[in-house]
Design a protein around this ligand. Structure first.
Ligand code: MEV
Length: 436
């Protein structure tokens, strides 16, 4: 193992040489594999190389499509980038199931994003409040060049408040700032505004006579958006008469009883809620990735929201009233359909085109629906057949690929597992038998 300085300054080939010499010397295929994933179109490869730093190759994820989603009376084929087998199949199955039952209905509950200037202040808080009141307009004035374009698109800074957090942490205050970023995810816009607010705060403080008399000034610690966006919220729902959820009345009632119980368990039991919400994120992340959005930001914000009441809980809920089954999700999603990767990555552009160039609000609705559909499919399987049956059938392909099965072996294995249970060891056993 070896240390290097100036790695980023090496060419791509030099980086690969260094890496294969020092870290992959016992992996003879390394260079071939790295290069196998390069795109032959040099311009396209360059584009990908420049998305990030120290790029050596491309990392593929499958881009699949889940068709037949009726969302607010509009039909969608949803692009999903995900490696996990069963997820797209499950989403497609749920979409088809709800297609003739009114589909998915959604509502945007808010689009407000949040950022903070976190700072210390050691003087009298009343004095600080007075100072803040006097200079509040300066924050808006100092950011006009940043906000001009955003305002033209209907967005901008919504409000700036001074928050006294000294009860939680000595001398800690914040500017709690809210933003509307319309179709942009808005991270750059928000962070640029916040950094300017921080500078304005310190500059105005130095010029303030009352603060000077106190001899203490706000000291900015950091300026950064928050990925916790409980007011950038979307709701998606499906509903139908209970009777439509089974072949017979008894079957439908039994299904609804078990399904509702499963959701209630996820509401009160964090161990279950985490897995339950993970299933939801299978759907949401796949759409977020396909559309070039920041899935880490979405994940962090969603899980914080799931824990907002003091314990981690389900993002989906169910109610049965007057013979009607209602199942819904409420989820914070700060997404963008302009800027960032959306205008750069060819597959992201394709995904956006597939969705007919949605606004950010429309993409919030679509992603929430993908999460709800995924959860419906997962819980449906869990309370009926169990998930392994379907899952392992899909997983069979991965195992066959892992052991480099040829066409004949594949055909025979698929045939064999039509009537036998797929397990990892059973697949290996079968391959060994065919190969001996
Ligand atoms: C697997 O990726 C997701 C599930 O575990 C979700 C769930 O249990 O609800 C099937």
């Amino acid at each position: 193992m070896s240390q290097i300085s100036g790695f980023s300054k090496l060419t791509k080939l030099q980086k690969i040489d260094w890496l294969t010499t020092h870290y992959l010397s016992d992996y003879p295929k390394a260079k071939t594999i790295i290069k196998q994933y390069w795109n032959t179109d040099e311009a396209l490869q360059k584009l990908h190389d420049e998305f990030t730093e120290n790029t050596i190759s491309n990392y593929y994820l499958p881009l699949g499509v889940a068709p037949n989603f009726n969302i607010d009376d509009k039909l969608y084929a949803i692009p999903m980038a995900i490696e996990e087998s069963s997820v797209i199949a499950a989403a497609s199955k749920a979409a088809k199931f709800w297609l003739d039952k009114g589909g998915f209905n959604t509502k945007i509950l808010g689009t407000t994003k949040v950022g903070h200037v976190h700072f210390n202040y050691y003087g009298d808080s009343k004095q600080l409040e007075e100072f803040f009141k006097n200079i509040k307009t300066q924050f808006f004035a100092a950011t006009t060049s940043i906000t001009r374009n955003m305002e033209k698109r209907g967005g901008g800074i919504k409000d700036i408040q001074l928050i006294d957090k000294t009860g939680d942490l000595e001398n800690y205050y914040q500017l709690y700032c809210t933003f509307e970023t319309v179709d942009a995810m808005g991270a750059n816009f928000i962070n640029s505004c916040l950094e300017q607010f921080g500078q304005t705060l310190e500059a105005e403080a130095r010029a303030d006579k009352a603060l000077a008399a106190e001899g203490t000034f706000p000291e900015v610690i950091m300026c950064i958006l928050s990925n916790y966006v409980p007011e950038c919220l979307v709701r998606a729902e499906v509903s139908c008469p209970v009777a439509e959820l089974g072949e017979t009345k008894a079957e439908a009632e039994q299904f609804v009883k078990k399904f509702s119980r499963a959701i209630k368990i996820a509401e009160i039991e964090p161990y279950r809620a985490v897995t339950h919400n993970k299933g939801i994120m299978n759907g949401i992340d796949a759409v977020v990735l396909a559309t070039g959005n920041d899935f880490r930001a979405v994940e962090a914000g969603v899980h914080a929201y799931a824990a907002r009441k003091g314990h981690y809980s389900s993002l989906t809920h169910v109610r049965v009233e007057n013979g009607i089954f209602r199942f819904w999700i409420e989820v914070p999603l700060a997404l963008g359909t302009i800027g960032g990767l959306t205008s750069l990555h060819p597959l992201v552009k394709l995904s956006m085109a597939m969705l007919n160039h949605p606004s950010a609000e429309e993409l919030m609705r679509i992603a929430a629906v993908a999460g709800l559909a995924q959860n419906f499919a997962a819980v449906n399987s869990l309370v009926t057949t169990g998930i392994q049956k379907g899952h392992m059938k899909m997983h069979l392909m991965n195992i066959l690929n892992q052991f480099e099965a040829n066409e004949t072996e594949r055909t025979k294995a698929i045939e064999y597992f039509k009537t036998n249970t797929v397990t990892h060891s059973e697949v290996i056993h079968l391959l060994e038998k065919m190969r001996s």
